[in-house]
Structure formats: structure tokens, C-alpha cells
Ligand binder design. Structure first.
Ligand SMILES: [Cu+2]
Length: 117
């Protein structure tokens, strides 16, 4: 009985240790991703920030923090994400200077702009 209990405890510790390590690794990935370009958070049926200015060659990542699915669709047809569930993300790299308007086609009142310099 004691053996079974301590084996269980060891397993719990192992799982916890792995979980902590995985979280730390995920954190580092998120930080590395940020270096590539800004993040637009989708929350409360809005893009935040609504307007982003970047240098040509930078990547923008949209992350859905709502419980509703949203998507990111370029006005000009340059990019279109699938429906993003909670915590899903979509990235696009902007190579050419210009102004790029985007919308959530599920909720067309959700709009935003990327300005590429
Ligand atoms: Cu939406």
C-alpha cells in the first residue's frame, strides 16, 4: 500500500515537473514570437490595438482571446485566416509598404488597420 502511494506521489511530481518545464518553454516561444512583430489581441469583439504601424518585412500575429470564434480577413484579399477559436492565432508577414485594412468577416463591425512603412 505504501509503495503504491509513493509511486503515485512520484508520478504526480513527475507530471508537475514536466508541466512546469513545458510552461517555461511555451513562455520562451511566446517571447521569441513577439520579437518578430506586434501582436493584435482579439477581445470583447474588438481588435486591440486597432491600428498598428510596422516596418516592411515584419510579421503581425492576431490572437483570439474571446470565447467566440473570430477571423482576420484583409480588405484587398491579401490574407484570410480561418475561424480562430479561443487562444488560436494567425500571423501574416507584410513585405510591401502600404495601408492594409482588415475585418472579422463573422462580425463585420470589427475592423483594424496595419500600416507598413
Ligand atoms: Cu469576430
Amino acid at each position: 500500500m505504501t509503495t503504491v502511494l509513493s509511486a503515485t506521489r512520484m508520478n504526480v511530481l513527475g507530471v508537475l515537473a514536466c508541466f512546469t518545464l513545458c510552461l517555461a518553454a511555451a513562455d520562451r516561444t511566446a517571447m521569441a514570437g513577439e520579437a518578430d512583430g506586434p501582436e493584435v489581441v482579439i477581445k470583447d469583439f474588438m481588435f486591440a490595438p486597432m491600428h498598428v504601424t510596422i516596418k516592411a518585412g515584419s510579421k503581425v500575429t492576431w490572437v483570439n482571446k474571446d470565447d467566440e470564434p473570430h477571423n482576420v480577413v484583409s480588405d484587398s484579399g491579401l490574407f484570410r485566416s480561418s475561424a480562430l477559436d479561443t487562444d488560436d492565432n494567425f500571423s501574416f508577414k507584410f513585405d510591401k509598404p502600404g495601408t492594409y485594412r482588415f475585418v472579422c468577416s463573422i462580425h463585420p463591425k470589427m475592423v483594424g488597420t496595419i500600416t507598413v512603412e
